[in-house]
Design a protein around this ligand. Structure first.
Ligand code: CP
Length: 288
């Protein structure tokens, strides 16, 4: 029974094992079941992909699933985050998948004995997204060694960027960041956006995280697209085998032009498909 809080807590071998398991699940080559296990998905912050992809993975592995609804819960009566999770532990569930807006929310859950799987903590980490991103890149290039990744947009508020850079660089990739200066931090080396688009193997675009108070005073959405967004003109300057990624949800015609979202270089919906298999592998690691 193992928690998963950050991919950076794992060895490279453990990460490669999960990638291998995800590929085997995708190929129908792995027989593993969570029959008899009850998993609670406790999302205190909005989610479509992560929540329902975990839900799909749990159902595919024959687990029974509880979906916590914060809007109709006793949070409204002043119950705390900790007391809510402690309550699910007291129900005797086997695992709790948690997303919360607080970075490192799990630090206050140290005495919870139930398996915890982090589905995103504030601007900190998003291990299941990081794993599905690795899987999508591996599918494409069959290696991580020397793959150059541009992550562009609102880096500062992005748990995806923060988690990905740490794990990608550890696995031999080279990461660059780009975007408006208000959204830059020291996560990775900065590169001019157009230069990064031309020279990188992966162009990973990020949404402006307005729910974390991210905003630009000076640019309209169309000005943002013109200056920092991926349009067809820029896509045509990418390397022939380079791919476009985005964790989604995306904001059409802000960081991505409409016509780019399903273009031949886009792997955005492939990422979402891979998310189910990556999460099946994460669940297997936690419960095998
Ligand atoms: N990529 C991602 O975490 O999407 P959701 O917020 O919809 O889960």
């Amino acid at each position: 029974m193992k928690n998963l809080l950050s991919l950076n807590d794992l060895t490279n071998d453990e990460i490669f094992k999960m990638l291998d398991d995800a590929i085997k699940f995708r190929n129908g080559e792995l027989d593993f079941s969570l029959k008899g296990k009850v998993i609670a998905n406790c999302f205190f912050e909005s989610s479509t992909r992560t929540q329902y992809s975990f839900n799909t993975a749990e159902l595919r592995l024959d687990a029974k699933v509880i979906t916590f609804n914060p809007q109709s819960s006793s949070l409204n009566k002043g119950e705390t985050f900790y007391d809510t999770i402690k309550t699910f532990e007291s129900f005797g569930v086997d695992g709790i998948v948690i997303r919360d807006k607080k970075t490192r929310y799990y630090d206050e859950l140290k005495n919870i004995k139930t398996v915890i799987i982090n589905a995103g903590d504030g601007t900190g980490d998003h291990p299941s997204q990081n794993l599905l991103d690795l899987l999508t890149i591996y599918d494409e290039f069959k290696t991580f060694d020397g793959v150059k990744v541009l992550i562009a947009g609102d880096i500062k508020h992005s748990r995806v960027a923060h988690g990905n850079v740490k794990i990608m660089e550890r696995l031999g990739m080279k990461c660059y960041i780009s975007g408006p200066k208000e959204f830059m931090d020291n996560t990775a080396e900065y590169i001019d956006f157009d230069e990064g688009v031309k020279s990188c193997d992966v162009v990973m675009m990020l949404r402006i995280q307005r729910e974390r108070d991210a905003h630009l005073e000076t640019l309209t959405d169309s000005q943002y697209l013109e200056k920092y967004g991926l349009n067809l003109e820029r896509v045509n300057k990418m390397k022939p085998n380079a791919i476009i990624m985005h964790p989604a949800p995306f904001n059409r015609n802000v960081e991505l032009a409409d016509e780019v979202i399903e273009c031949s270089k886009s792997r955005i919906f492939k990422q979402i498909e891979n998310g189910v298999f990556a999460r099946m592998a994460i669940l297997k690691r936690s419960f095998e």
